[in-house]
Structures are given as C-alpha cells and as structure tokens.
Design a protein. Structure first.
Length: 736
C-alpha cells in the first residue's frame, strides 16, 4: 500500500470519528470531561495521542465506537484492551453511579475465536484481523533510517486498513475490540456518561493516556439522514454524480452508488463502499473556489459512471456508510443522461479564391475518417485569424457540398474556417484561411454633425459612426465662410475618434464658423467633405460706442445729434443723463438697429427763473444681440436754466454762382464775455447738424463747400464759453 492509500484511509477514520465526535454523539446535558480534551506533548510540540469515542442510542441499546489516532497505540491497545465504564447521573444518583460494562478489558478476538466466528462472506472482519495478526512484508529489520521508515509506513498502512474495515462493518469493529453494545436497562430521566481508557496496568510516558468520554440521553434516539446529491453532470458516454461527504450528523465513511434504468429496480455499482480521498495541497490550491472554505474535512465527492451509451436516462441514488457500519436511507433519486460531446473530424485542405475582387470562393476536402454521425459543414468568417467568427450561411451545408462562394466579403482581410458538425451539434473546425479583398471605394461623406459651444470659445464637435464598418479615422476642417473652397484642416493627422474639441481664437469678430469632416477607411480612401455645419460663435466683444456729434440747448430742452454704433449686431441704443457729478440715469431705450444719424431731444429739463443754470452731461451706449453693452460715449456737458442767451438776429443767405458759395450775414450785439457762433447746416431738409464754428467778432460766414446741387438750410447759435448758449436762430434756405 502506498502513501496515498494511507492518506485515504486515515481521512476515512478521522472524518468518521474525530471530526464527527460532536455530531454522532447524542446531545450532551453535561460539560465535556477534561480527559477528552487533546493535550500537547511537552517534548515533541505535537498533539498528544488521543482516543476518539462515539456513541449512538438506538433505544434498546447504546453502541460505543472508539479508536486511537495512531498506529502504535492501536497495536498497544489491542494487547492491553480497553475499560468500558458507564456513569449514571439521576435524581437518585446525583454524584453518579459507576458501572464497568465488562468484567475484563475489551480486546480483539483471538485467532481461535476468529476462526469460529468469522464466516467466508465476512470480508471486512477478515481484513481487519489480517491487518492485526497477519504477517507483514518487512521480513528483516535493521537499525537504520530506511528500515525504520519502511516499518513505520507498514504499521500506518495496516492501521488505516483496519480502521476502514471497522467503519464499514460492526462485526469487524467487534473483532478488533473497538466496539461495545450496552443493553443494560436505563432510566428515562437519567443521563449517562460513557468512558473508555486503556487497560494497561502501569502506563508510562508515550502510552495512550487519554480517557474518552461521551454523554448520552435515553430520550435522544438516533435518526439516520440520507446523503445530499448536489449535481448530476452529463459527459460523453459517462454520467458524474456530485454529493457532499458530510450531512447534519457528521461525515460518512463510505458510500454505495446505485443505478436504475427504469426508476424501480436499483443495482449497486460498487461491491465495497466507495470513498474519495481529500485532495492534496496542490489540488486545493488549483481549485481554490471549491476547497477554500473546506476547513472541517468535508468536501464534495464525485463518482463517474461509464454508461457507454448516450441519450438514455438513468436514475441514481447514494447510500452512506458511517463509522458504526450503519447504512443511511437512500438519497433522493436523481436522473442523468450522457450526451455526445465528441465532434467529428475536421475537414481537410481548406483554401480560398478571390473572384474579381468582389467575391471569395471557399473550398475544402472531406475527411475520409469522419464519424458516421457527421451531418454536414458550417462556415464562419472573421476579420481576425483568432475570431470571433460569424456564420457566413445560416444553415448546415450537406456533406456533398465542398465549396461555397461568399458574395459579400469584408474589405481587406477575410478569415474563413470550415467546420464539420454532427447530429448532436458538436463541431470540429479546420484552421482558418485568409482571402484579401482590395478596397477601391471611398466611404460616403459623414452626416449628423453636432456642435456645442461655451462662452470661452470652445467648440465640441461630434458625429455618429459612419455606415461603412471599415471607417477607422476622420479629419476635421473649419472655415469662416460657408461657400469656401479652402476649408482649413484642423487635425494634423487623422483621428480615430467621434469627437473633436476646437478652441476659437480670441478675439474673433465672426458670428458664425463652419465645419466639415472627412471619413477615412482602412485602405486610406478619403470620403468627400461632409455638408457644412454652421456653429454660432459666442459673442465676447461688446459693440462700438455711439458718438454725440452735436448738441443744441434751447428754452424747451436739449437736442443731441448722434451717430449710432457701427457694430452690425446692435439691437438697442440707450441714452443716459446725469446732473453734476451724480450717477448716470437711463433716460431712454431705443430698440432696433439704426444705420443713420439720430436726433434725440430731452424736454424733461425745467429751468427756474432767478436761479443759476444747472450742469448736465449726456452719454449713449449700444447693446448687441448677446446682451453686451458698449462703453459710454464721450460725455457731452450742457448748461440749462433761466439765463439763456438771446439768439442772433436778421440771418440772411445769398448764393454767388460765380464763386459757387453761400454767404451768411447776421446781427448780434457785442458782448464782453467770451463767446463764438456755431453754424448749423442741412441739405434737402435732412436735419440740421453742427457745421462750422465762427469767431465772436465776425458777423458773416462764407460756405464754399457745397457738395451737390439742392436746397440748403442754415441756422446759427450763440455759444458762450462760461455758460449755455442761445437757442438756434430762425432757419434760412437757399437753392444752389
């Protein structure tokens, strides 16, 4: 027996006895005895030898099963035997009534007794006694390391097999002196403590000094539990059962697997109980998901049944064998069916042929060794040699078809694979072969451009993926005019993206910009430019300021001659006034865009007789369609009050045809304070505007700058340097 077999058997023993101690023993009403607690050897640092005890209450009897945990102590215990003691705790015996169940220590059967009691069909008792009394394979012994190791391994093997036999057969456990049946009467209201310990008269260091104890209540009867089958796996001509080695009472020592083809009559598939050893450390590391939490020795077990036929249903059930040799009830019946998972042989010699750079013919040869269940061929296509492959045809090609023409291959590289498929759907593919289609057609122009802008002048462009699946990149172009044959390329190279960020220069006077994009395919073919996308530029520049070209103050108010803002996006002009150095006050809002000079009049001023004149200032702004307001025009100061100057008198105008000039003459008394005259002129009643300034010492003016023929109007106002001027004189007209 090799070391693996030793591990299997030891796992069976320890799983059934040691690890199942709390589960198989009846529920205790008393604390565990200190003698049953494992101790650590002071010399070796390992766990001290231990005696494991289980008890099972059948009602009419209590069965005890015990075993040491080491081979040497098994041999020593077989020679000395074990004392079996029962302690009754009840109201009549509160301190406990102790009784030895056997007048002599319990020992294995002698050879003479074994010859009488063991029948030829008693396989496990014979195996257990053979391990105890039979001659070993070590014929000679030498005091060297190799001999010591060989002898130790032999003892471990014999011990493991003996424990396995005791687990599988109650008669084998009796034969090895590891079982006792207590049939003495028990009180229903009492609790019984069973104790097992070595009968060696004078134990010494190294002997089995442990005393095993277990508590049994007469009211707690044993109720068997069936194994739990977790999964049935289908294979090719095989069916695999998976179940748990443990149940609610502990671990089973082995299992019988039974099979039925009609669900009624079951036949055992194994003559002896089946058991699967716990995986070694390397296996557990490879399968960490399954064994990661397996810290108690429990694990899933599996059994593979070679049914040698597919698609026939079989019924299975599992029966467990525990450390007492008892058989559990059968598990629930589960159904399994093997399936054909073996594909046919792949086709041979796949090859391709490109036809007119438009289609690809795929050919292959039939495999003469193919299975009888081969049903036909499937054909796959991919852009990559490693797939994934998509079907070229949506049906299975018959076995008589050995070629197929793909009318719509991909541009560039096409990888084709041919597979043989059987009636169960299993496929075996031949190696992929390539066919190259040269792409000579450019992709269509992109469509669906969108854009989002922010106040910082950042434009985010986006567009959907093109209709051709071979498009790999794009180029982006920009222009400030829609109809422009020379859009500027923004991307220095093609970009493999569906978005692009463009930052507009600052400042920018244009209100809109235009974008176009070009798609590029794998071959480098460029599409035509897309339709232009118009994007409105966020306005960050306020409009230009208006200009006050002239001001006229009269007794009724103030008239301003204004040149409007020259910005094209102006939607409103605003007139402001302030008194002295106070804050500006909005007087009027003039909506709409104005392209000619404006005459604005303020009649809200009121002079008061006897009071000094007040000083006012006027200014204008322009507002564009983005809500941006221009700076105020240069403020124009005026004085308004009761002390208005008198206007000029007797204004006359004469036209000299020879000199092509108009001469103006007027009367005005001489003043001591500084003043001058302001000449106003208009052509064809377009409105008077300031024209020339004339020194206060003059009483005439000659206008030689007559631009064109027509009717000219003139008026004159006196403007004092320290106070407001006069109102306009009456208007005179003259034709050229």
């Amino acid at each position: 027996m090799n070391q693996l077999k030793i591990n299997i058997c030891l796992f069976t023993l320890l799983g059934g006895l040691c690890l199942g101690n709390n589960a198989y023993a009846q529920r205790s009403r008393l604390p565990a005895t200190p003698a049953s607690t494992p101790t650590v050897s002071r010399d070796s640092g390992q766990l001290a030898p231990r005696l494991v005890l289980l008890a099972r209450n059948y009602g009419d009897s209590v069965v005890l099963r015990w075993a040491p945990d080491r081979a040497g102590h098994f041999l020593a215990g077989s020679q000395a035997g074990y004392w079996v003691q029962r302690v009754e705790l009840s109201a009549q015996n509160p301190k406990g009534k102790k009784v030895f169940l056997s007048p002599v220590p319990v020992k294995p059967w002698t050879l003479e007794e074994a010859r009488r009691r063991v029948r030829p069909t008693d396989r496990f008792p014979a195996i257990g006694l053979q391990m105890l009394y039979g001659q070993g394979y070590t014929k000679t012994f030498a005091p060297d390391a190799a001999s010591i190791i060989d002898l130790s391994e032999e003892q471990d093997n014999r011990f493991a097999v003996a424990m396995l036999a005791a687990d599988y057969s109650a008669k084998a456990a009796d034969a090895l002196g590891l079982r006792w049946v207590d049939r003495q009467p028990r009180q229903p209201d009492a609790v019984y403590v069973y104790r097992i310990y070595s009968a060696k008269p004078k134990p010494t260091a190294g002997d089995l000094l442990d005393t095993a104890a277990v508590v049994v209540s007469p009211k707690d009867l044993f109720r068997p539990v069936a194994p739990l089958v977790e999964e049935v796996k289908s294979g090719d001509s095989i069916i695999t059962l998976v179940w748990n080695q443990r149940n609610t009472l502990g671990a089973f020592s082995g299992f019988y697997i039974e099979r039925s083809s009609d669900g009624q009559s079951f036949k055992r598939l194994t003559d002896t109980p089946y058991f699967q050893s716990k995986p070694d450390q390397a296996t557990q590391q490879r399968d960490s998901v399954r064994f990661r939490s397996d810290r108690t020795g429990s694990s899933l077990m599996s059994y593979t049944d070679s049914v040698r036929v597919n698609y026939q249903k079989f019924q299975y059930r599992v029966i467990g064998v525990d450390a007492f040799g008892d058989l559990s009830p059968p598990s629930e019946v589960v159904t399994g069916m093997a399936r054909d998972l073996t594909p046919p042989l792949a086709p041979r010699n796949p090859r391709t042929q490109v036809i007119d750079n438009k289609a690809v013919k795929i050919q292959w040869s039939k495999n003469s060794l193919n299975d009888r269940d081969a049903a036909g061929y499937v054909l796959g296509r991919s852009r990559d040699v490693n797939g994934p492959f998509e079907p070229v045809v949506d049906k299975v090609l018959p076995l008589t078809v050995l070629e197929y023409t793909d009318p719509k291959p991909y541009p560039y590289g096409n990888y084709y694979t041919v597979g043989a498929i059987d009636t169960a759907g299993n496929v075996a593919f031949a190696p992929a072969v390539v066919a190259i289609i040269a792409d000579l057609l450019p992709p269509p122009p992109p469509t669906g451009l969108t854009a989002e802008t922010d106040t910082n002048g950042v434009v985010q462009l986006g567009w959907p993926l093109g209709q051709d699946d071979d498009i790999v990149a794009y180029k982006v172009y920009r222009s400030y005019e829609r109809e422009n044959d020379f859009y500027r390329q923004l991307t220095s190279f093609a970009i493999p993206a569906l978005t692009y960020l463009d930052t507009l220069p600052r400042p920018i006077l244009n209100k809109v910009v235009y974008y176009k994009i070009v798609a590029i395919d794998r071959t480098g073919n460029h599409s035509a430019l897309s339709a232009p996308l118009e994007v409105k530029v966020p306005d960050r520049i306020p409009p230009t300021s208006p200009v006050v070209r002239g001001v006229v103050v009269d007794a009724a108010g103030v008239t301003l001659e204004v040149l409007p803002s020259s910005s094209a996006d102006v939607v409103e002009h605003r007139l402001y006034r302030r008194e002295g150095e106070e804050s500006w006050v909005l007087l009027r809002q003039l909506p709409g865009r104005v392209t000619t000079a404006m005459s604005l009049r303020d009649t809200t001023l009121r002079g008061q007789p006897g009071l000094a004149q007040k000083k006012y200032s006027y200014a204008l702004t322009a507002v564009d369609d983005a809500g941006l307001e221009s700076l105020k025009s240069f403020p124009v100061p005026v004085q308004f009050g009761s002390a208005l100057a008198i206007p000029v008198q007797k204004l006359q105008a004469n036209y000299d045809a020879n000199r092509r000039a108009v001469t103006l003459r007027w009367e005005f008394p001489t003043e001591t304070e500084p003043y001058h005259f302001v000449v106003y002129r208009a052509l064809n009643d377009e409105g008077l505007t300031m024209y020339r300034a004339v020194d206060g010492g003059q009483r005439d003016f000659q206008d030689t700058a007559l631009a064109s023929a027509g009717r000219y109007q003139y008026a004159i106002r006196v403007q004092y340097h320290e106070r407001s001027g006069s109102v306009l004189s009456p208007t005179v007209s003259i034709a050229k």
